[in-house]
Ligand binder design. Structure first.
Ligand code: ATP
Ligand code: MG
Length: 578
C-alpha cells in the first residue's frame, strides 16, 4: 500500500478525552474513530490489526475442533426470560423494542442463543461433544465506558460454547479452551497470567480469567510466588487469622464522641484496628427494583469487605444491592451511622466474616450515637444469618493455599473461560438421549475473548514515547519503506524496487511516497509502529539503504539486497507469533 493513497489521519496532539497510552495511541494513529461514548469504529490500520487478532483466534479455535458460526446480535427477550437473566443481567443489558412493542436486547453474550440452537439440533449422545464459536459484535451499556476499546459499549468478542455429555467431557473441553487461549495470547505478543476468577452474571462455578499485565488494568490479581495460587482479588479466598483463646470479658458500653471511622475509634480507645468490628450497611432491591430489606455486613476493622463475596453469599446480582440510606435504615433496623455494631441490630440480614467468629473481646458500634461496646464476642453477643469469607485478600496477607505473603498485580482481562455445568441446559431444557435412551442434561462451558480489548492490551504493553511497537503477528503492516526525497529519481526507483520485491515475497509492505518532510515521515513511522523500516535516502545512489527495527534503537546501513533479505527473514520468522 502506498501511504500517499491511504486513508490516514494521524494526530500530533494527545486527544483530550484519552488518559492511557493505548487509548491515546489508537486515536493518534487514526486506527479507531469515536462515534459516541464507548462506541468506536475502525479505520484501515486498526481494522487490519483487528483482523489479524481474529485470524489468530480462528486458527487456535479451529485447531481444537471448534466450529465457527455467526448469530445475530439482536436477541428476543423470551430466551432471556427462560434463563432468568432478563432480570439478572441488570442495566448493562441493552434493551430495545420493535415497532410492535416486543422486547429484544442487543446481545452482551450468547449463552441463551447457543443453548437454544443446541436444544433444537442435538438429540443423541452420538452428536456430542460440540464446540461452536463466533466472532461477533457485542453490546453492553456499561455504567462507565472508558479507556477507548478497553471498556466500550460496543465491542468485538469471540464467544464459544461447549456441549458435553458429562462433567468429564466438560473438563476436557475446558482444558482445550484454556490451551487455545494460552496460544492466542502468546501469539498476540501479550504478557499475561491465567488466574482463578469469579463467574459473575454468567453463572457456573469454575472459571479462569486471562489477564494481560498492565498498571492501568482494571483487574486486580493476587498471586503467590511460593505456590501456584493466582486469582482475581474478587475471587481469591482468604485465610482467617488463628482464633484467639482469651476468656470472654463482659460487654462494656463506652462513650466515644465523634469517632465514626475505625481509625478514629481505635485511636480514641487506644486499640489496634484488629480489635474492632467494621460494619457496612446495604439495601436490597427486588426484581421490580423496589427496596427489599436491609443487609449489615461485618468484617474485622483492618479488613476490607469484598462486594463480590457478599452478593454471592446473598445469592443476588450485583445490581440488586446498594449502600443504604442510613437514616431510613436506622428507623427500620436500629443501626446508627458511624456507630453500628452487630449488637442491637434487628430486622436485617446479618452477614459476618468467618474470621470474626474466632476473635475475642472486640470493639463494635453500640447502635447508639457516640457510643461503642467493648468485649463483643460472636456466639454470646450476636450471631450471623450468614457466616462466610467476606473479606478481600490484600497484598502481604497469607496465601490461602500455602501461607506465604501474597503479591498483587494489575492487569487487563482479555479473556475468560467458565464451566457452566447445567445452569443453562436445566433452565432452558437442553437434553440429549444417552446410550440407554434416557434424557440427560447437556453439560456446558463458555469461553470469551475480547478481541477489541486485546488490541488495546497489546498497545498498552508495546509502546514507547514515540508510538506503538507492534509485535509482527498483529502489526497492520510488516514493513514500511520510507522514501526520504520523493523528487529524487534514484531514491524513488530504489524505493519502488524494494516495495515490489517485498510484495512479491508476500510481505505486507507500506511505501511512504508522500510529499512530506523526512521528519514527518519518520515520526509517523514510529507512531504507527510498523516493525521494520527501510529508509531510502542519499545512500541509494551507491546501492545502500538504512534498516531499522522499531523495537531496537540502532540503525544499520545495508545494501539494498541485504535489507530486503533481512526484512523477509524476520517477517517470516515472526509473523505467526509462534
Ligand atoms: P469485565 O469484568 O471487564 O466487565 P466481564 O467479565 O464482564 O468483563 P466477560 O463476560 O467475561 O466480561 O466477556 C468476555 C470478554 O469480553 C472479557 O474477557 C473482555 O475481554 C471482553 N469484554 C467484556 N466487557 C467488555 C467491554 N465493555 N469492552 C470491551 N471488552 C469487553
Ligand atoms: Mg469476564
Amino acid at each position: 500500500m502506498r501511504l500517499s493513497k491511504m486513508h490516514l489521519k494521524t494526530l500530533r496532539e494527545v486527544p483530550n478525552e484519552a488518559e492511557i497510552a493505548s487509548h491515546i495511541l489508537l486515536l493518534r494513529t487514526g486506527m479507531i474513530r469515536k462515534l459516541a461514548s464507548g462506541v468506536y469504529g475502525f479505520m484501515p490500520f486498526g481494522w487490519r490489526s483487528i483482523r489479524k487478532i481474529e485470524d489468530i483466534v480462528r486458527e487456535e479455535m479451529d485447531a481444537k475442533g471448534a466450529q465457527e458460526i455467526h448469530m445475530s446480535a439482536v436477541q428476543p427477550s423470551e430466551l432471556w426470560e427462560e434463563s432468568g437473566r432478563w432480570y439478572a443481567y441488570g442495566p448493562e443489558l441493552w434493551r430495545i423494542k420493535d415497532r410492535n412493542g416486543r422486547d429484544f436486547c442487543l446481545g452482551p453474550t450468547h449463552e441463551e442463543v447457543f443453548t437454544d440452537i443446541v436444544r433444537n439440533d442435538i438429540s443423541s449422545y452420538r452428536q456430542l461433544p460440540q464446540n461452536l464459536y463466533q466472532i461477533q459484535t457485542k453490546y453492553r451499556d456499561e455504567a462507565r465506558p472508558r479507556f477507548g476499546l478497553m471498556r466500550s459499549r460496543e465491542f468485538i468478542m469471540k464467544d464459544s460454547y461447549s456441549f458435553d455429555k458429562d462433567e468429564a467431557g466438560l473438563d476436557k473441553s475446558y482444558d482445550d479452551m484454556y490451551d487455545a487461549y494460552t496460544n492466542v495470547f502468546s501469539r498476540c505478543g501479550l504478557m499475561f497470567r491465567p488466574v482463578e476468577a469469579d463467574s459473575g452474571a454468567i453463572g457456573g462455578n469454575n472459571s479462569h480469567e486471562f489477564t494481560a499485565l498492565a498498571e492501568v488494568g482494571e483487574s486486580e490479581i493476587a498471586y503467590c510466588e511460593h505456590c501456584s495460587m493466582a486469582a482475581t482479588t474478587e475471587r481469591a479466598e482468604t485465610r482467617d487469622d488463628a482464633p484467639c483463646d482469651a476468656e470472654m470479658l463482659p460487654m462494656e458500653e463506652v462513650y466515644t464522641p465523634g469517632t465514626k471511622t475505625i481509625e478514629e475509634v481505635a485511636n480514641y480507645l487506644e486499640l489496634d484496628t484488629k480489635q474492632t468490628i467494621k460494619a457496612l450497611l446495604f439495601v436490597k432491591y427486588d426484581k421490580e427494583g423496589k427496596e427489599d430489606g436491609y443487609v449489615a455486613a461485618f468484617v474485622r476493622g483492618d479488613r476490607e469487605l469484598n462486594m463480590i463475596k457478599l452478593v454471592n453469599a446473598l445469592d443476588i446480582p450485583e445490581h440488586a444491592i446498594a449502600f443504604a440510606d442510613e437514616e431510613k435504615m436506622s428507623a427500620a433496623t436500629g443501626c446508627v451511622g458511624g456507630f453500628t455494631g452487630p449488637v442491637g441490630l434487628h430486622d436485617c440480614i446479618v452477614v459476618v466474616d468467618s474470621e470474626l467468629t474466632g476473635m475475642k473481646n472486640l470493639c463494635a458500634g453500640a447502635c447508639k450515637v457516640d457510643h461503642h461496646i467493648k468485649n463483643v464476642n460472636y456466639g454470646r453477643d450476636y450471631k450471623g444469618d450468614i457466616v462466610c469469607d467476606l473479606k478481600t485478600l490484600k497484598e502481604g496477607d497469607p496465601c490461602p493455599v500455602c501461607g506465604a505473603p501474597v503479591k498483587h498485580a494489575r492487569g487487563i482481562e482479555v479473556g475468560q473461560v467458565f464451566k457452566l455445568g447445567t445452569k443453562y441446559s436445566a433452565s432452558m431444557g437442553a437434553y440429549y438421549k444417552d446410550e440407554n435412551q434416557e434424557d440427560k442434561l447437556i453439560v456446558m462451558g463458555c469461553y470469551g475473548i475480547g478481541v477489541t480489548r486485546t488490541l488495546s492490551a497489546i498497545v498498552e504493553q508495546h509502546h514507547d514515547e514515540n508510538g506503538i511497537i507492534w509485535p509482527m503477528s498483529v502489526a497492520p503492516y510488516h514493513v514500511i519503506v520510507t522514501l526520504v526525497n520523493a523528487a529524487d529519481e534514484t531514491q524513488s526507483k530504489v524505493a519502488e524496487d524494494i516495495y515490489a520485491a517485498l510484495q512479491k515475497a508476500g510481505v505486507e509492505v507500506l511505501l511512504d511516497d508522500r510529499d512530506e518532510r523526512p521528519g514527518v515521515k519518520f515520526k509517523d513511522a514510529d507512531l504507527l509502529g510498523i516493525p521494520v523500516r527501510i529508509t531510502v535516502g542519499r545512500g541509494a545512489a551507491s546501492g545502500n539503504v538504512e534498516y531499522k527495527l522499531r523495537r531496537d534503537a540502532e540503525k544499520t546501513d545495508m545494501t539494498i539486497e541485504a535489507a530486503i533479505e533481512a526484512a523477509i527473514t524476520i517477517v517470516n520468522e515472526e509473523k505467526t507469533g509462534r
